[in-house]
Design a protein around this ligand. Structure first.
Ligand code: ATP
Ligand code: MG
Length: 441
């Protein structure tokens, strides 16, 4: 992509309304534009990041055997009257009336809708286990939308729902989600710690939240520092194996890690003092087991092996897809801008031509752009008639993992400069070797 033909409206000034780094940087890097309080347009650069996050979420959900579908954003109120949540949900729910005076709502979550789909089409235990999920916009009329996409009113969420015959199977689905979430966050270059949490309006007994540690997090967290040594890594996992998934859950939730709602000071005191941590975290996901809370009132039953109809055991599992864009920046930035982890970066590499219009420099940049593209890398080539300093500042701000600087002085020696955004380290390299360097490992 040539920057001269792209749409990257970077801001020179720091927007006054943004209180935290990720919000400031998303506005400055031209990733988002506020449409109304807590409602954002995703500009091209931001949209590329959002799509990358979505892609990873899809891949990891499908790896765990979960099936994608797409439900609408608008839902009929009647379904929520069946579960009893229409009145219970409160002013966070955006209620709408259509021209025929039918009560509708913009979905804050989808337990009712998915349960309706399930009960319409599934009647035998032989069709279980089943986990369906989608990535769709939600609306919650938050009292205080703030911090940009971190606490929006409209936001993108992956929400998945498992249907199982027994409590034991549903707990396996819970553990399977925990494993798939650990993989998902790690692939994005994030460490998200599962913490025992409070279930809130979704209901149920078993729930874990996944928190990314950051000073600007909204939740207070208490944990044993040993938990941050745990890595999922590249280990293979059989998602069908109850024992394997349970072992991962036990490994990652055996040590103390709780949010302020479930914090137990007496238990916390038992951790050696030097390992006790009190910090702040950003909630990037939550999993719930809630049994028959929805299937019973809504009549989602299956015929069991003995021929008797039984309500299915369910859980729901959410990932804050749009919030993750902000959380990733909170965890990866410096005073100059964003530092994208490779898997979610909007482009892998930026090319800076320090002497636009110089025939040799232009030709070298174009050659690099073509070679890197051929090697499967996504390239943003800054071909604007701009000062080199301004080009560097833009590249640092938007945080692409690698920058290639091309200028006549280097080209005379047969080299370009390759710079790593995270470490700041630069090396001179022959242009024809760059593609290989960036694709190995
Ligand atoms: P919170 O406690 O932050 O209000 P929640 O517990 O109500 O969130 P869930 O119902 O668990 O949210 O939704 C799943 C995920 O969706 C959350 O873990 C979070 O990452 C994301 N999310 C929830 N509310 C918002 C919001 N207002 N803006 C952006 N993302 C959100
Ligand atoms: Mg939650």
């Amino acid at each position: 992509m040539r920057l001269s033909r792209y749409f990257l409206p970077v801001l020179r000034e720091t927007p006054a309304e943004a209180q935290i780094a990720s919000h400031r940087l998303m506005l400055r890097a031209g990733m988002i534009k506020q449409a109304a309080a807590g409602i954002y347009s995703w500009l091209p650069l931001g949209y590329r990041v959002l799509r990358n996050i979505e892609r990873i979420v899809h891949e990891e959900q499908q790896r765990a055997g979960h099936i994608p579908l797409l439900m609408p954003t608008l839902q009929p109120a009647d379904l929520w009257r069946e579960s009893g949540r229409y009145d219970a949900y409160g002013p966070e729910m955006l209620r709408i009336r259509d021209r025929h005076d039918r009560d509708m709502l913009y979905g804050p979550t989808n337990e009712e809708l998915i349960t309706d789909i399930f009960r319409s089409h599934v009647s035998s235990y032989k069709d279980l286990p089943l986990t369906l999920y989608h990535i769709q916009w939600k609306f919650r009329d938050e009292v205080r939308p703030r911090f940009g996409v971190m606490r929006g009113r409209e936001f993108l969420m992956k929400d998945g729902y498992n249907f199982d015959l027994t409590r034991e199977d549903a707990l396996h689905a819970y553990n399977r989600h925990l494993v798939s979430y650990l993989r998902t966050y790690e692939r994005m270059g994030l460490q998200a710690i599962p913490m025992r949490a409070d279930s809130g309006p979704i209901g149920g007994d078993d729930t874990h939240e996944f928190l990314v540690l950051a000073e600007t997090g909204e939740s207070e967290v208490f944990y044993d520092s040993a938990i941050t040594d745990l890595k999922f890594g590249s280990r293979a996992i059989d998602y069908d194996s109850h024992a394997e998934c349970r072992a991962v859950l036990e490994e990652f939730t055996s040590r103390y890690a709780r949010t302020d709602e479930t914090h137990d000071p007496a238990l916390f005191e038992q951790i050696p003092e030097e390992r006790r941590r009190v910090a702040r975290g950003i909630e990037v996901g939550q999993i719930f087991y809630f049994g028959t809370k929805y299937s019973e009132p809504m009549g989602a039953t299956v015929q069991g092996p003995d021929g008797k109809a039984v309500p299915v055991h369910m859980g729901s599992h959410g990932i804050g897809v749009s919030r993750l864009a902000g959380a990733l920046i909170e965890a990866n930035h410096d005073e100059r801008g964003i530092i994208w982890p490779r898997e979610v970066a909007p482009f892998h590499v930026g090319i800076v031509n320090v002497k636009q219009g110089d025939a040799a420099a232009d030709a070298a940049c174009e050659g690099l752009e073509a070679a890197l593209g051929k090697a499967g890398l996504e390239v943003l080539y800054d071909d604007r008639e701009e000062r080199a300093g301004a080009k560097f500042a833009t590249m640092d701000l938007i945080g692409l993992p690698h920058r290639i600087t091309v200028g006549p002085r280097g080209l005379d020696k047969g080299v370009v400069e390759l710079t790593d955004r995270r470490t700041g380290e630069s090396e001179e390299i022959k242009p024809e070797l760059v593609a290989e360097r960036l694709t190995q490992g």
